[in-house]
Design a protein around this ligand. Structure first.
Ligand code: PLP
Length: 485
């Protein structure tokens, strides 16, 4: 497929701007660009066809089942977009006077109130643009807290080996040393190893509960207590909140800081480069360090409050405001009672799917799971040569997005499935039937699976070259050689 800049013809256009009605202004020559700007010169039909074709090459929740573990690819209700498109919300400018954006400030305040109640926190910032950005921000709060107490020897962050890769990466970006905490054979935090790692150099612990194996850590109160006793803080990676929302709160589990992924748990757009939103909540004693402006309420009025000891801005203005508005719409649509239904159905769907698969596939940590579970295809690969990757490519042929592969790292040949609460029994049954058929295929015709996918827009990609030599920018001179018509 051609890129949009490679389509069209010289001087073709579809300008929709009205004719100039003011005197033309010529900029100083020194301010003009030296080279002509290469913009696509296409007609409206071409634009429309181009983006329709592109959309057809992508798999989203509106195309089919998307059981991508850890990512909570749930349905995004259309009412969220309808509200976000309202002119009073979409036609504002971040620099317009505060009193003219009263409704928008109220949205932020109300979202903060509901989400702090859900998480058991006291205050929240909406600046971070994603989960990983929230982790970075949360760790800055942790750093500010220790610094303010003149406790400068705390240089280490403890991270369990089942953690998402962003956890150690964010800790490293804030300048911390990462200590890896192993999991027990049951997939939970190894308490003995945790105790051995804790000391007066511990800044804090980063944990997601349930963890990325889909298991709720039954020792959670003991874990957070031990970290506090050692003088550290507890950071909750909220990416898995879908499993416990409306039923258990990170604040009650002993966590001090939380990030949420509005694009996961709270049904806002996900993937494709965003925009996402990763608000960070914290307990009272950390609220002063939150970045940027927070919204305060005075009777009916709202205004932006400067934080005295803020760690500084992490994003322009109030973050991805329209994403927060979508999440608030979702929260208000479901109401308080609806929150517990999310987690109840998410956990039910995952257990149903796991039960139907477990006699054929090997579940990495058998038992009751939370909102997701992990299969290991290690034995299947030994027997047949068919890997988790081959299985994932085979699943694609049926209009189903592959599960998360090769994560968490502690499970070999891992496939991690998260059906979410918005899928029907029929959809899950179909996916299970397909996976069972593919398992048979792996035994009888493994070479067929090694060739998959055959019916997708692209076959197997050269992922190593894509990672090692990525082409990130289109250049007019070097015409893209890899483009296929
Ligand atoms: C998705 C995810 C993250 C990172 O969130 P982004 O919004 O993708 O930056 C962190 N931890 C876990 C467990 C996740 O699933």
């Amino acid at each position: 497929m051609r890129l949009i800049v490679e389509s069209g013809q010289k001087n073709r256009s579809c300008t929709l701007l009205p004719e100039l009605s003011v005197p033309e202004y010529r900029m100083e020559a020194s301010l003009l660009r030296g080279q002509e700007l290469h913009l696509p010169e296409v007609s409206e039909t071409e634009i429309s066809r181009h983006y329709t074709a592109l959309a057809g090459r992508v798999h989203g929740v509106n195309n089919g089942f998307y059981p991508l573990g850890s990512c909570t690819m749930k349905y995004n209700p259309k009412i969220n977009d309808e509200i976000a498109a309202m002119e009073g919300f979409s036609n504002i400018h971040p620099l317009q006077p505060e009193y003219t954006a009263e409704g928008c400030l109220e949205v932020l305040k109300e979202a903060e109130e509901i989400l702090t109640e859900i998480t058991g926190m006291d205050a929240m910032t909406f600046q971070p643009a994603a989960g990983a950005h929230g982790e970075f921000t949360g760790l800055l709060l942790m750093h500010a807290y220790h610094t303010a107490r003149k406790d400068s020897g705390r240089t280490k962050i403890l991270v369990p080996d089942s953690a998402h890769g962003t956890n150690p990466a964010s800790a490293a970006m804030v300048g911390y040393t990462i200590i890896n905490i192993p999991s027990t054979e049951h997939g939970l935090v190894d308490l003995t190893a945790l105790k051995a790692a804790l000391g007066n150099d511990t800044a804090g612990l980063m944990l997601t509960n349930p963890n990325t194996l889909g298991l709720f850590d039954t020792n959670i109160l003991e874990i957070t207590r031990l970290v506090h006793e050692a003088g550290g803080l507890n950071y909750y990676d909220g990416a898995n909140l879908n499993a416990v929302i409306g039923r258990a709160r990170p604040g009650d589990m002993g966590f001090d800081i939380v990030h949420l992924n509005l694009h996961k748990t709270f049904s806002t757009p996900h993937g494709g480069g965003g925009p996402g939103s990763g608000p960070v909540g914290c307990k009272k004693n950390l609220a002063n360090y939150l970045p940027g402006n927070r919204v305060a309420r005075d009777g009916e009025n709202h205004y932006l409050l400067q934080q005295e000891e803020s760690v500084g801005r992490v994003k322009m203005f109030e973050g991805n405001f329209l994403i927060v508005l979508r999440a608030l719409t979702y929260l208000l649509t479901l109401g308080k009672e609806g929150m517990a239904d999310i987690s109840g159905n998410a956990v039910l769907n995952a257990n149903y799917m796991m039960k139907r698969l477990e006699d054929t596939f090997e579940v990495a940590y058998p038992g009751v799971c939370m909102h997701e579970f992990v299969l290991t295809l290690e034995k299947l690969k030994e027997e047949t040569g068919v890997s988790a990757l081959d299985m994932a490519k085979g699943i694609q042929e049926y209009g189903i997005h592959p599960p998360t592969m090769y994560f968490p790292n502690i499970v070999h040949e891992a496939l991690m499935l998260e059906p979410t609460e918005t899928e029907s029994k029929e959809t899950i049954d179909r996916a299970v039937d397909i996976m069972l058929q593919l398992y048979d295929k792996a035994q009888n015709e493994p070479e067929r699976l090694k060739e998959a996918p055959i019916n997708q827009p692209v076959r197997r990609l050269d992922e190593v070259t894509a990672a090692r030599k990525p082409i990130l920018k289109h250049s007019d001179e070097e015409h893209c050689e890899t483009c296929v018509e």
